[in-house]
Design a protein around this ligand. Sequence first.
Ligand code: GRF
Length: 195
Amino acid sequence: MFKIAVLVSGGGTNLQSVIDNVKSGKLDCTIEAVIGDRKCYGVTRAVKAGVQGYIFDRKILKKDLCRAIDKVVSERGVDLIVLAGFLSIIDEEFVNKWKKKIINIHPSLLPKYGGPGMYGIKVHEAVIANKEKESGCTVHYVDTGVDSGEIIKQVKVPVFKDDTAEILQKRVLVQEHRLLPESIEKIIKESKGVC
Ligand code: GRF
């Protein structure tokens, strides 16, 4: 069975969509661990769903955060590490060890509105400020840059004239909840040689 781990820092609505898709049988994998880099509702969601949750406080662990994560995902034999609203930077050693086995979801149409400082509501504020007509979300492999890895899947959403950043954020988030499970499904199928 394909095994995944999910890394979170916040509310974990994307994690929830993965949990729901695993429970319904749409995603043919197990969630071996959910790891938070701080106390957050995402880890609570995991525990409520009967998934093993860990909190590795980034402020305490500092440079050892990735080593702690690596220990868990290695011991659990994880095939794919999913960053779902994970705010700590993953170090180069970890990325190189887990090449093509780490994916991230980002709330814009990368390569637009990605990179350092582009996270959360800031992404949507920038989209609105530039009067873009469309935005969306992207799932991509993680490389040693920020939001720069190979794109796996994207979904577009319209931006309307009266949108606020918060309204746009909600519209994008609805699509994220579809896109992340679909991207994981694509990777699972590829691992089985079914495309
Ligand atoms: C999402 O917008 C995701 O694209 C970004 O962080 C947010 C996490 O939201 N990387 P949630 O914690 O899954 O609700």
